[in-house]
Write a protein that binds this ligand. Structure first.
Ligand code: NAD
Length: 286
C-alpha cells in the first residue's frame, strides 16, 4: 500500500519504519526534517499526501491535528483512508472526522498505548473510533505497528479510551515514584523494592515495564538520563484532556486532578523535555 506518514517524532518515526519494513511504500513528512530508515521523506506535506491510499498522522496536539488534517483533506483523493494516531481531545477528533466525511474520505481516530518501546517493537495497542469499513481497511496496518487494535465505537471513541487509560498511567507513575522515594527514605534497597512489588499486588506497567528507577528492572528512559520516552509535558497534556472531559461529563476524578496538578508543577519547575518518570528524580532531590 502507498502510505503517507505525517509527524515523524519519537513515536511516528518507528511506526513509519515498521510499515516500510513490512513492504509498504511509505513517504513521510515532518517540518523538523528527520530521516527514517526505509521511508522516503518529502520536503512538503503535499509530497507525503498526494496519491496515497492511506495517510497516518502522529502529531503533538489537537490544534496541530486540526490544521494538518484540513491541509490533508485538500490534498488527498476521495477514498483515501486517514488515520490520526495522535492523542488529542475528543472534540478535535470529531472535527477531523467531520472534515474527512464531508469530502468522502474514510477516517479513524486511533491513539496508541505502549510508548516508544512499543512503537519500535511493533507492539502498540490501538484504540479506535470510526466506521467498521475504515477499521477493516486499517486493520492490516495496525497489525504491523501493534499487537492489538480495539474498535471502541464511533468518531472520538478511541480518544475517549485513550484519556481514560492515560489517567491511570499518570496516577500509577506518581504512585510508583512515591513508593521508590519512600523506600529510599526507609533505607530499603531499590532492587529489593522492585523485586517484591513487581511480582506482588503493586505490579503495574509503570513499575514492571517502565521502571522510573535507573538500573532497576528492564531498560527504560530512567537508564537514559530521563530523556523521553514520553515527555512530561505530553503526560500533562493528556491529564488536562481527561480533566476537561471529566468536567464536561460530570465525572468525579479526584486522583486524576491531583496527578494533573503534580505534572503541571513538575513541567513548570524545569521538567519540560524530561521523561514523565523523572518525577522520581525530583522527589529524590528534596
Ligand atoms: P514528538 O514531539 O516526538 O513528535 C511530534 C512530531 O510532529 C515532531 O517531530 C514535530 O516536528 C512534528 N510536527 C509538529 N507540527 C507538525 C506539522 N504541522 N506537520 C507535520 N509534523 C509536525 O511527539 P511523540 O512523542 O512522537 O508523540 C506524538 C503523539 O503521540 C502525541 O499526541 C502524544 O501524546 C502521543 N503519544 C506519545 C507517546 C510517547 O510515549 N511518546 C505514547 C503514546 C502516545
Amino acid at each position: 500500500m502507498r502510505i503517507g506518514f505525517v509527524g515523524l517524532g519519537n513515536m511516528g518515526a518507528p511506526m513509519a519504519a515498521n510499515l516500510a519494513k513490512a513492504g509498504h511504500a511509505v513517504t513521510g513528512y515532518d517540518p523538523a526534517g528527520v530521516t527514517v530508515e526505509g521511508v522516503s521523506v518529502a520536503e512538503t506535506m503535499e509530497g507525503a499526501v498526494r496519491g496515497q491510499a492511506a495517510v497516518i498522522t502522529m502529531l503533538p496536539n489537537g490544534e496541530i491535528v486540526r490544521a494538518v488534517h484540513s491541509d490533508i483533506a485538500r490534498l488527498a483523493e476521495p477514498g483515501t483512508l486517514l488515520v490520526d494516531c495522535s492523542t488529542v481531545d475528543v472534540d478535535s477528533a470529531r472535527a477531523v472526522h467531520g472534515i474527512a466525511h464531508d469530502i468522502g474520505l474514510l477516517s479513524l481516530d486511533a491513539p496508541v498505548s505502549g510508548g516508544t518501546g512499543g512503537a519500535a517493537a511493533g507492539t502498540l495497542t490501538f484504540m479506535v473510533g470510526g466506521s467498521e469499513e475504515a477499521f477493516a481497511k486499517a486493520k492490516p496496518l495496525f497489525e504491523i505497528m501493534g499487537q492489538k487494535a480495539v474498535l471502541c465505537g464511533e468518531a472520538g471513541a478511541g480518544q475517549a479510551a485513550k484519556i481514560c487509560n492515560n489517567m491511570i498511567l499518570g496516577i500509577s507513575m506518581i504512585g510508583v515514584c512515591e513508593a521508590f522515594h519512600l523506600a529510599d527514605r526507609l533505607g530499603l534497597d531499590r532492587q529489593a523494592m522492585f523485586d517484591v512489588a513487581s511480582t506482588s499486588s503493586g505490579s503495574c506497567w509503570s513499575l514492571n515495564t517502565y521502571c522510573p528507577a535507573p538500573g532497576v528492572g528492564p531498560k527504560s528512559p530512567a537508564d537514559n538520563g530521563y530523556r523521553p520516552g514520553f515527555a512530561a509535558e505530553l503526560m500533562l497534556k493528556d491529564l488536562n484532556l481527561s480533566q476537561e472531559a471529566a468536567e464536561v461529563a460530570g465525572a468525579e476524578t479526584e486522583l486524576g486532578r491531583h496527578a494533573r496538578d503534580i505534572y503541571a508543577r513538575f513541567v513548570e519547575a524545569g521538567g519540560k523535555g524530561r521523561d514523565f518518570s523523572a518525577i522520581l528524580e525530583k522527589l529524590s532531590a528534596r
